[in-house]
Design a protein around this ligand. Structure first.
Ligand SMILES: [Zn+2]
Length: 274
């Protein structure tokens, strides 16, 4: 395991045996020398974070205060029967503002990550920021749906996904329908039940969402009719469909902006020539 994997990709409280980690190498995990790559929430992009400060709560003589340590000191002072806490801080080398702070506990020959800031979710969901604009106020529900599904809370996650489908995905399909059908009746559409709305807009939704009877039936069921198992099973299809539609919407929006930019430049050239 590398420091990057330990700090960024393990969930809190997972326990690692020091023997499995090859005892001496654990020191390099909590007291890393090399920088790690992670998302910076301030730069809003992937960045390089260098270790700037590593402290341990317990030094060799047993006085209980936080002292700065290096990996060599750290290794030599570890007594597996005493609880040692470590605080490892990294700083973004681009902005020098964002810090990643991790707390680890070493006790009885095992290592545990016991705290971190920013949270695991904030660091890992950042790649989803491209959907923030499209989802607007529903962005947090989208993250919550993914978080719940990762804990296998299927129905809870599904409730959020269906709200997102109803409010944002079908909303986008309504825009497409409005562009294509001159006589699209919004009032009549608004009065429909959820499953009839999906049916009304099927032309503008991915076919696998509509034509797969299992997916369609889970979308149409009442909450009380759903089972944890089926919600967990169809989660990846539903989230995949939502992301597919959002990617499509974002690509169309970018193409529209590009067209406008080119047109603007052409107009400038034309007015200069005349
Ligand atoms: Zn930064």
């Amino acid at each position: 395991m590398t420091p990057e994997e330990y700090f960024l990709n393990t969930s809190l409280y997972s326990r690692f045996s020091l023997e499995d980690l090859k005892y001496h190498r654990f020191a390099l995990l909590v007291c890393p020398v090399q920088p790690i790559k992670s998302t910076c929430l301030i730069c809003n992009e992937e960045s390089v974070f260098k270790p700037i400060d590593i402290k341990s709560s317990l030094n060799k003589v047993g006085t209980n205060r936080w002292v700065s340590v290096t990996s060599t000191q750290n290794y030599s002072m570890i007594d597996p029967d005493i609880m040692h806490e470590f605080k490892t801080t990294f700083s973004c080398t681009y902005c020098n503002v964002q810090k990643l702070v991790f707390y680890s506990l070493v006790y009885k020959n095992s290592l545990q990550k016991i705290g971190q800031s920013p949270s695991y979710a904030d660091l890992n969901f950042n790649g989803l920021n491209k959907y923030k604009k499209f989802l607007g106020e529903y962005f947090n529900e989208y993250k919550r749906a993914i978080g719940l599904a990762s804990s296998e809370i299927g129905i809870g996650s599904f409730v959020y996904l269906r709200r997102i489908i109803e409010k944002k995905i079908l909303g986008y399909a309504v825009e497409l329908a409005n562009e294509k059908e001159k006589d699209f009746d919004l009032k009549e559409y608004n009065d429909l039940y959820f499953k009839d709305k999906v049916n009304r807009l099927k032309e503008y939704l991915p076919t696998y969402l509509i034509e797969n009877t299992h997916v369609y039936s889970i979308l149409s069921k009442g909450i009380h009719e759903l089972s944890e198992q089926e919600c967990n099973r169809y989660f990846s299809v539903l989230i995949g469909a939502i992301e597919h539609i959002m990617d499509d919407a974002i690509a169309k929006e970018n193409a529209r902006k590009k067209r406008e930019e080119i047109q603007k430049k052409l107009n400038e050239i034309n007015s200069d020539l005349t």
